[in-house]
Write a protein that binds this ligand. Sequence first.
Ligand code: NAP
Length: 488
Amino acid sequence: MLNTDLQSYEIVILGAGFGGLGMGAQLKMRGIENFIILERGDRIGGVWRENNYPGAACDTESHLYCYSFYPHLRVSKMYADRDELLRYLDAMASRYELMDHISLDTELVRAQWNEEANEWDFELGDGRSLKGRFFVPAWGQLNRPVVPGFKGLDSFAGQYFHSAQWPADIDLVGKKVASIGAAASAVQYVPEVAKVASQLTVFQRSANWIMPRNQIVFTQQELDAFERTPDLFMQSRNKLHAFREDGYARTRHGTDAQKEGIKMAMAHLAAQVPDEALRAKLVPDYEFACKRILRSDDYYPALTRENVALETAAVAEFTPEGIVAEEGKRHAFDVVIFGTGFASQAFQGDLQVVGREKQPLHSRWAEGAEAYLGMSVPGFPNMLMIYGPNTNLNHNSIISLLEIQQRYIIQVIEGLAHSRQAIDVKQDKFDSFNDRLQTNMLSSAFSSECSSWYKNAAGKIINNWSGTLDEYEVLTAKWQSDDYNYLS
Ligand code: NAP
């Protein structure tokens, strides 16, 4: 159980999702015990706790979507479903004895740098306060669901909810259902909803580039072999890593790899959707990889079912009965699902983070979030973010990047173990890093014309990393202590 008497910690980690739990595990591996993980939910798991919609699964290969120090040796499929990923995180928390460090149902409302004490003061939602020398926010980028403010939505007499807030007791059998949104979450729940609803209408504002997924279910013999010889698992992981790194070229303007990606996606569409009119609606009108490239084998077939319709006219308004589309067509619905994504831009959400000279992080980031190596911000000493600005990946596993960041953070913590100094990243290092990143972004498909959660309102990419994962690893392999000013 958490020792609630102990109110001062060496390290305060925010969030018990993949990022925070991996940080905790790596600290334990180094024999560092004086840390707490604050989690507002009632269980660990982060986005995998929150997203419990039918069909929720990972579209990154399982051998990559786990930590190298804790390989998911008995994962049953190449694309694991949500429950299996939660079980992996539970097992990891148990293996590294993390539960004693985790405070569930604990919301952090304010983190403020204390200039005199050279440490962070934390206020919790229940009125308790804590202190910590290092602040490691692992707050995620996709946990604030957005339901657009459609005209008349309040008048709708049926039930509506966001895909990440799927009601446990909802029964869609025989119902007339709408999905607003047709992206990563929708391509997973649409095939499941289509199986039970009497009628499903998918409102698609933009089509997506969708690649085949090709699920692999491991045999008992394969699983036994991975467990007996983890090197076999690691060989598979290394191959997938190399394959995914090659895929980075698909995210760059006009490359042969991008052309090849387009060809594969178009062939997948042609193979799965025989109807020409439907197929035409499913061809994206923007550059390949501008948004996340999706992987699905059952989304297109679901759209070809008798009881499923694809609506490309925009939603004009809601009425008590349902939706009026822009061209005037009226649809009646019992249930509307909003697969409309997340507020991905304000990383800190409602949390108030206040740095040196009482500067709030939200004003530091008024023009868009930025960080040095995705981890530090000048004026916010000893704050080291996991999955911060410009660290999301389109082409490779985010778990590999989180692991790299955790190793860097451990170097900082160990490097400062014998002093009470704090580090504050140098402004010129921060500026030149971000200038290089944004220059590199100009050749990326992420910066081309499309709506995506990678961009802020001004069109600047603030969520994604601009290079390969290997490049990120080289940049962060060794903590460069000269990149920081020292406060004592
Ligand atoms: P999303 O990618 O942001 O997509 C939101 C969808 O809602 C898009 O189709 C968007 O259309 C539509 N939309 C938003 N506002 C709308 C409006 N006012 N009117 C009509 N349509 C509207 O959200 P998501 O599908 O939840 O996925 C978010 C991210 O979560 C993914 O990119 C991925 O990183 C992660 N995710 C991962 C997995 C996995 O397998 N690992 C699974 C699910 C999600 P436009 O495209 O036109 O904007």
